[in-house]
Design a protein around this ligand. Structure first.
Ligand code: NAD
Length: 447
């Protein structure tokens, strides 16, 4: 009954979070029939109505367009999606385990299981989630034990590199496509799926499963290392009276180094970098690669230390304690252009100051709702003005454009005492000082 009359492969996407929702919409945009499935019924209901359950620029418009095209549907029926599709993308979460640095693989295992058990025809299972090296080989064995007789299933890994805030662009026009563990047949099928970006010149790297898994986590580990590197240098700058911002600009002119990810400040957070470097640390130790684990341990410690530094700066600014002081926090998202607050440095600092007795008011242009759900005890403002009003100190913790163009003089007049801590190194100290603010940044001199 279920014969695919269309010659093009039908695509199912398991897990419709930041990665999967974007991937499903993008696959439909590339002209494929797609079903997105998730165990979270609320998420599916929302997507089916054309509402993206998180903030991602450009995605709502494309979701509506593809729902209208009829190529894209959403469902909670995982078994039916497994029976229907030819290519099944696994996009479920791989969060950090509660009790260790390791990745929690129960969701990828359960997605692979439901797909394998419900196949009705030969199919390709494509892992996109970020997983510790060795996971795909184990899943391959699991799938082999579960597929119904007479059905052949291949499992390959095709890690995803999209950035939140630029997810649509990154999915439709990726920097590279990594195909791990493919046969001639599955490589041809995936080249058909990615025909559009490949035609644009996107490089395709064909490799074995462990290399594909490691490309992804190494990319994140490198970016994290770059950030912790500049933060380590920032502490030397501070001690030596140098300016890390100028230094980073000068370093960045070297094309071997590059300017991106060299912003000293509060450090990295989010649903990927922290848990990915910790999972790699854990896996490296398991594999006996202790030096790699030690390097990543330092990267993580330097990064978490930046949060402590900013908390201390806020206390110092208030004369040693923030007890009963009014603190304005600009930013809750882990970075601009997203409402994601998973492991957000900004919220972490805000919550720590709240715990130390400060009256903290947070404003974020997009992440107010997600922040409130995670930290309901903090106060939330609906504008910069409201967050700044009556404060003893203001902290700029997420570099939204809106904060960078704020009118320093007007804001100064709203405060009790105009004190700014720029934890992202993005404000112009001279401008804020001229407007009457006491200004402090990380790794910067008085300039
Ligand atoms: P997410 O938490 O936003 O989404 C995961 C989704 O999977 C959730 O909606 C959850 O309900 C669903 N799910 C869990 N178990 C399921 C199952 N058995 N069947 C179907 N759905 C199930 O996470 P995310 O940010 O989209 O990340 C997903 C994966 O992609 C992770 O491995 C992550 O490291 C990786 N990744 C994320 C990004 C990013 O920027 N967010 C970028 C590249 C890679």
């Amino acid at each position: 009954a279920d014969v695919n009359a269309d010659a093009r492969p039908r695509i199912s996407v398991f897990g419709t979070g930041y990665l999967g929702a974007t991937h499903a919409v993008a696959m439909a945009e590339l002209g494929f029939e797609v079903v997105g499935v998730d165990t979270d019924a609320d998420k599916i209901a929302s997507l089916a109505l054309g509402k993206v359950p998180f903030y991602e620029p450009g995605l709502p418009e494309l979701l509506e367009k593809q729902l209208a095209s009829g190529r894209l549907t959403f469902s909670t029926d995982l078994a039916q999606a497994a029976a229907w599709g030819d290519v099944h993308f696994i996009c479920v979460g791989t969060p950090q385990e509660k009790t260790s640095h390791a990745a929690d693989l129960r969701f990828v295992r359960s997605a692979a299981t439901v797909i394998a058990e419900n196949l009705t025809k030969d199919a390709l299972i494509v892992g996109k989630s970020t997983v510790p090296v060795g996971t795909a080989a184990a899943l391959r064995e699991l799938v082999a034990t579960l597929v119904p007789a007479g059905v052949e299933a291949e499992l390959v890994w095709n890690p995803e590199f999209l950035r939140e805030g630029k997810a649509v662009e990154d999915t439709l026009h990726p920097d590279r496509i990594v195909l791990g563990g493919v046969t001639d047949r599955s490589e041809a099928l995936l080249r058909e799926v990615y025909a559009a970006p490949i035609a644009e010149g996107t490089p395709v790297v064909v490799c074995d499963l462990p290399t594909a898994e490691l490309v992804k986590v190494s990319a994140n580990a490198f970016l994290a290392t770059k950030i912790s590197f500049i933060n380590a240098i920032a502490s030397v700058c501070e001690a030596a009276g140098a300016d890390v911002t100028v230094l980073a600009d000068a370093l960045g002119h070297d094309v071997r180094i590059g300017r991106q990810f060299l912003n000293a400040g509060l450090g990295f957070g989010g649903g990927c970098l922290p848990k990915d470097i910790r999972a790699l640390m854990h896996r490296s130790n398991e594999l006996g690669a202790h030096r790699a684990a030690q390097l990543l341990q330092q990267v993580d410690e330097i990064n978490m230390g930046q949060r402590e530094r900013v908390i201390q700066m806020a206390m110092d600014a208030c004369g040693g304690s923030v007890l009963n002081r009014r603190v304005g926090v600009l930013g809750a998202a882990f970075k601009p252009e997203t409402d994601d607050v998973r492991d957000s440095p900004a919220l972490n600092v805000a919550a720590a100051l709240h715990l130390r007795g400060a009256q903290v008011t947070v404003f974020d242009p997009q992440a107010g709702d997600t922040a409130r759900r995670s930290f309901p005890t903090l106060s939330y403002a609906t504008s910069v003005d409201e967050a700044v009003e009556g404060t003893d100190v203001v902290l700029m913790l997420t570099e939204w454009d809106e904060f960078l163009v704020a009118d320093a003089a007007r804001l100064a007049a709203l405060t009790t005492v105009p004190r700014m801590i720029d934890a992202r190194g993005k404000l112009r100290p001279a401008q804020w000082r001229a407007a009457g603010w006491q200004f402090a940044g990380l790794g910067r001199t008085a300039a």
